[in-house]
Design a protein around this ligand. Structure first.
Ligand code: BGC
Length: 388
């Protein structure tokens, strides 16, 4: 996480659009001191093993917050956020090179699909027909399979303006990774004026299928060290207990009186090693879905993370019904990331907004089925600020 924003050596998207953009943006930011020009720039990020070019898009808002996103897997490569002194620093885990993302990334910053999290034994039945998916995690299907949405090249369309955006589209073919139906997916990242990164997801299909899209960014608001001192609030009164292979049992268990109760701000590390809790043992820490108290599918604030040494705050809002809180339990120091940093256990946390894991096999969970004529739509916003 040693990445610091540096001057760009990038291609300007088109001469005309940049002229228009500059004119527009200058008029927005000119009379505010310390404000910068919002922008989006494109540079090369490398070539995949099978010869496809990947690009890196740098989005910056007038505050100076910056998101670098590649169209390989829609990965957020870095994201800066201000501390209490106004210093912007990268708060995500990741790699410097495309090759590292291709080789063995634990989904750092990636878009996840067609189905985020697990489907038991890689099997589900839809409209009476059984589908078989790859089993890539303890006998289960995880994060869309062997080559999920995190490992494909997306078409990218940069959108200039005061709130620069990157629209990514990808068509997942009928049968890809075992899923039925051609699925047209559109994900738009928007870097908003208020230091938030908004992610809008959309999908349509030509055959009944299952969909559960998310982003798998690992955050560390201190920019270094472990995440145990980060204080978390989750507006969630229940969580989904899992079996030993991390498949939900089907029960929605109240968090009250358990180490899963984050309804009041609590350090992530306070109870993470509670060896008397079977669920903590199964997850090797937290690796579970929490179900929000507000069960509406409207945009609602669901999580807040505060990092006391820097004052950084991250708030999460979503239209989804649940969130996977994962504390980087499987990071083991073998991955070397940005600037040569090694990522040890619990040096990053994920808050993946989602439908419940294994919903296709658990009919009482909210449905993840998408049918022709319907549009899958979902929005998640990560907002950054700092407390004095
Ligand atoms: C899963 C973890 C998994 C991690 C990285 C999380 O969403 O719940 O079990 O290890 O992703 O693959």
């Amino acid at each position: 996480m040693s990445y610091k924003p540096k001057p760009m050596r990038t291609l300007t998207l088109t001469f005309l659009s940049s002229l228009l953009g500059v004119a527009l943006l200058n008029s927005c930011g000119s009379n505010q001191e310390n404000k910068q020009k919002a922008m989006i720039e494109k540079s090369a990020f490398g070539t995949t093993a099978d010869g496809q070019a990947a690009d890196l898009y740098t989005l910056r808002n007038a505050e100076g917050m910056e998101a670098r996103i590649t169209n390989f897997g829609g990965v957020i490569v870095s994201l800066t956020a201000p501390d209490r002194n106004g210093n912007y620093q990268d708060v995500t885990l990741g790699f410097d090179s495309l090759a590292s993302y291709e080789k063995g990334s634990p989904y750092f910053g990636s878009l996840i699909g067609r189905y985020g999290n697990r489907i038991a034994k890689g099997r589900f039945t839809l409209d009476g027909k059984q589908y078989t998916l790859a089993t890539n995690n303890m006998g289960n299907h995880l994060h869309g399979g062997i080559k999920g949405f995190d490992k494909v090249i997306w078409n990218a369309q940069p959108i200039e303006g005061e709130e620069p955006a990157l629209k990514l589209t990808y068509t997942s073919k009928d049968g890809e990774e075992g899923y039925p139906g051609n699925l047209a997916v559109e994900v738009t990242y928007t870097l908003q004026k208020d230091n938030s990164l908004k992610i809008d997801y959309k999908a349509t299909t030509d055959k009944p299928t299952v969909v559960n899209l998310t982003n798998h960014s690992y955050f560390n608001l201190a920019g270094k060290g472990d995440i145990l001192g980060h204080e978390l609030t989750l507006n969630a009164d229940r969580f989904l207990p899992v079996d030993q292979t991390l498949i939900p049992t089907g029960e929605l268990k109240p968090v009250a009186g358990t180490v899963f109760d984050f309804t009041k701000s609590t350090p992530m590390g306070a109870r993470i090693n509670d060896s008397t809790d079977t669920q903590i043992k199964y997850g090797l820490g937290y690796d579970h879905a929490w179900v929000f108290s507000d069960t509406s599918n409207t945009l609602k604030q669901v999580a807040t993370v505060y990092e006391p040494t820097t004052g950084r705050v991250m708030e999460v809002s979503t239209t989804e019904p649940a969130i996977q809180f994962y504390t980087g339990n499987f990071l083991d120091g073998t991955l070397t990331g940005k600037g040569g940093v090694t990522y040890a256990k619990r040096t990053g946390f994920c808050l993946e907004t989602e439908h419940y894991p294994d919903s296709p096999n658990l009919p009482k969970f909210p449905s993840t089925t998408l049918r022709p004529g319907e549009t899958y739509q979902s929005t998640t916003i990560y907002t950054f600020s700092a407390r004095k």
